[in-house]
Design a protein around this ligand. Structure first.
Ligand SMILES: [Zn+2]
Length: 471
């Protein structure tokens, strides 16, 4: 075993240990009955994806969808959805080339050298998720061979395009495999990707977007989804470097984005590049979902409670605002102050088209149609996390965790209507006597939060975590 990665403060539980309850369960059922649960039946980019031998898009859309559809299927324990997910993963795994290349060979007529590796980072992340869900023992070797292929590939064809901007997404699967095998070449691969990829942390030291680009130019660096995604890059990188500059980078980046592009919903504008502080500017749905995913990593790796506050703010405001209640339609761009929902002849959006704020199947562009899928399921997976001493109530939504602590089966249920009501009821059941810590996130906005337990009550300070350590 080589050098250990710096450990995260908290680790995600397996999706087989978490059960959504109450309104969250209902929301996931709505999503399963809406677009996410049905795209594979009719939408060509999923149904006839080049990933499974069809002729439609063979890049980011199928992995985006699977990234949400897989946890949705397992969190709902829906046999039909699970079988459909397995069929897709079986084909993708069996299509892997002998040399490890796992992406479509001739995507839209382009060969390997022209293929933007962003989609490879995505499918690797999905494979790791699928391993957790289905326990498919083939996955480790599939990921290993694919990463070896990636390692050889970038020696000749350095990162370009989206992969260049989103290189850090590859660290999710690299760290997963490294913690299982300890193979040193994985750290070298990570260093190579870091060297080839765009350095967001350096870029933010002389950040040119304190106001939106005057000529409304589209750019990778001001692209709203790239910005939402890159917020987790420093924390992921910190696991290798241990540098506080990496661990702390997101605080500085978020403060700049809030000041110059921030919205009351907790997200920043981008339609589809950073668009300033007017609440009639839009925010792309992909950015909302990716910001949430970045915050889930930031909360787990740093253990800082304010990332959970931000995650809830976005999940409970920006995410639901951009869907119809049945989750069959969505907007590309949501606006905090949207006074009408009609086609804009002179769109106020900076680089997006006039249909971006309509509700539909794929208004403006189809990325969000697929990438809306991970939003709710991954929030559900983040309600409880594991700490070295027990469990963490990280994000408040009705949920049950059933896990093993020191050889004892432990069930913790959070019964609540939060965020619609402000009471959280935790019910702890254990098979036999066991001592562990339950850390409760105390939102910084909470005024005189009160804990009642076993006949006493106390007022807690706002912010941080409050540890309940009991036998
Ligand atoms: Zn999108």
């Amino acid at each position: 075993m080589g050098k250990a990665l710096y450990p995260p403060a908290f680790r995600q539980l397996s999706m087989r240990e978490i059960r959504p309850e109450g309104w969250l369960l209902n929301q996931l059922k709505i999503q399963a009955n809406g677009l996410s649960g049905n795209l594979d039946k009719f939408w060509p980019d999923i149904k006839a994806s080049q990933w499974i031998g069809g002729c439609a898009e063979g890049w980011e859309r199928l992995p985006y969808w699977l990234d949400g559809f897989i946890p949705l299927a397992w969190l709902l324990d829906d046999e039909d959805m699970k079988a459909r997910a397995c069929r897709y993963m079986d084909i993708i795994i069996s299509n892997q080339a002998p040399d490890g290349w796992i992406c479509p060979e001739k995507e839209r007529g382009k060969g390997r050298a022209q293929y933007d590796l962003w989609a490879m980072f995505l499918i690797l992340k999905v494979l790791v998720l699928y391993h957790d869900a289905a326990g498919d023992q083939r996955v480790e070797e599939v990921v290993r061979k694919a990463l070896l292929a990636l390692d050889r590939h970038i020696d000749r064809t350095t990162l370009f395009g989206w992969a260049h901007m989103r290189w850090f997404e590859s660290l999710i699967s690299i760290w997963w495999l490294y913690e299982r095998t300890g193979e040193a070449w994985l750290l070298d691969l990570a260093a190579k990707l870091y060297a080839q990829g765009f350095d967001w942390i350096e870029f933010f030291k002389r950040w040119p977007y304190k106001k939106p680009d005057e000529k409304w130019r589209w750019s990778f660096m001001s692209h709203v989804v790239n910005n939402a995604m890159m917020l987790k890059s420093g924390a992921l990188l910190w696991r290798l470097t241990g540098l506080s500059e990496h661990l702390n980078s997101a605080e500085y980046m978020v403060s700049l984005l809030d000041e110059h592009h921030g919205m009351v919903t907790g997200v920043f504008t981008g339609d589809e590049c950073l668009a300033g502080t007017s609440p009639v500017q839009g925010t792309e749905l992909c950015a909302v979902v990716e910001y949430m995913y970045s915050l889930e990593h930031l909360l787990a790796i740093t253990g800082r409670s304010h990332w959970g506050d931000r995650l809830e703010k976005i999940a409970y405001n920006a995410l639901p605002a951009t869907f119809s209640p049945d989750m069959w339609t969505h907007q590309y761009d949501q606006q905090v102050n949207q006074v009408e929902c009609s086609r804009q002849e002179n769109p106020i959006f900076r680089t997006n088209g006039g249909e971006s704020n309509l509700f539909g199947l794929e208004p403006n562009y189809g990325c969000c149609t697929a990438n809306l899928s991970p939003g709710w399921p991954k929030l559900a997976l983040s309600t409880f996390m594991r700490s070295p001493d027990g469990l963490v109530a990280a994000v408040y939504a009705p949920s049950t965790v059933n896990t093993n602590i020191n050889g004892v089966q432990v069930t913790v249920t959070l019964k609540t209507d939060y965020p619609f009501r402000d009471t959280l009821n935790f019910i702890v059941n254990v098979d036999r006597e066991v001592e562990f810590a339950l850390d409760l996130r105390i939102p910084v906005w909470a005024e005189k939060p009160e804990l009642k337990m076993g006949g006493f009550s106390l007022v807690l300070p706002s912010g941080g975590f409050y540890r309940v350590n009991r036998r």
